[in-house]
Design a protein around this ligand. Structure first.
Ligand code: ADP
Length: 174
């Protein structure tokens, strides 16, 4: 699908509870209803720094630390310390994905939405709502640039520049 002037971009994260409950397939199938294109996808072990940056707007909330540990998968054991990050492209991508994701509080979310179907509130009071979806175009751009490098995404969706880096050691297949 060629880039269209009206296209939006949005970041989706399948959170550790979605991975632990083996919901990746169900979530991708539900999101397919939005008729968007996936232009980036990867599995990520979320560092504390990345988590804190992603959720920086919640820094003053009493549940901030719990939400950081939740997105890092710290609550579920080492096998689940990972998320799947995706970038979707298409018309009204942000609102279409948010609609399918459902409200933040899984108890208030449309029961047919992803969060309504699969989310829960833990005994600690954290909304384990299975996925993240960008809330608006400014946040979407910030989040996509935070989680992905330009060469991990199909298409030139934001301006890029070339810089020279110091020679450094990189890991290659032996
Ligand atoms: P959203 O993920 O819908 O954009 P926020 O950015 O406000 O919502 O919150 C980020 C995440 O923090 C939520 O997805 C949820 O997991 C958790 N969260 C938000 N608000 C609360 C709350 N009041 N109590 C517990 N957890 C919350």
């Amino acid at each position: 699908m060629p880039n269209s002037a009206k296209d939006e971009y949005t970041l989706v994260i399948i959170k550790p509870d979605g991975i632990k409950k083996s919901l990746t397939g169900n979530i991708l199938t539900k999101l397919a209803e939005a008729r968007l294109m996936i232009i980036g996808a990867k599995v990520v072990q979320v560092s504390r720094e990345l988590a804190e940056n992603h959720y920086r707007h919640l820094k003053d909330k009493p549940f901030f630390n719990d939400v950081i540990e939740y997105i890092q998968g710290k609550t579920y054991g080492r096998n689940y310390e990972r998320v799947i990050a995706l970038v979707y492209q298409g018309p009204e991508a942000i609102s279409r994905v948010r609609r399918i994701a459902g409200a933040t509080n899984p108890e208030e979310a449309d029961p047919v939405s992803i969060r309504g179907s699969y989310g829960r509130i833990t005994t600690k009071g954290i909304y384990e709502n299975v996925i993240h979806a960008s809330s608006d175009p400014v946040e979407a751009e910030r989040e996509i640039k935070l989680w992905f490098q330009p060469d991990e995404i199909i298409g030139n969706i934001y301006p890029t520049k070339k810089i020279k880096t110091e020679p450094q050691e990189v890991l290659v297949w032996a």
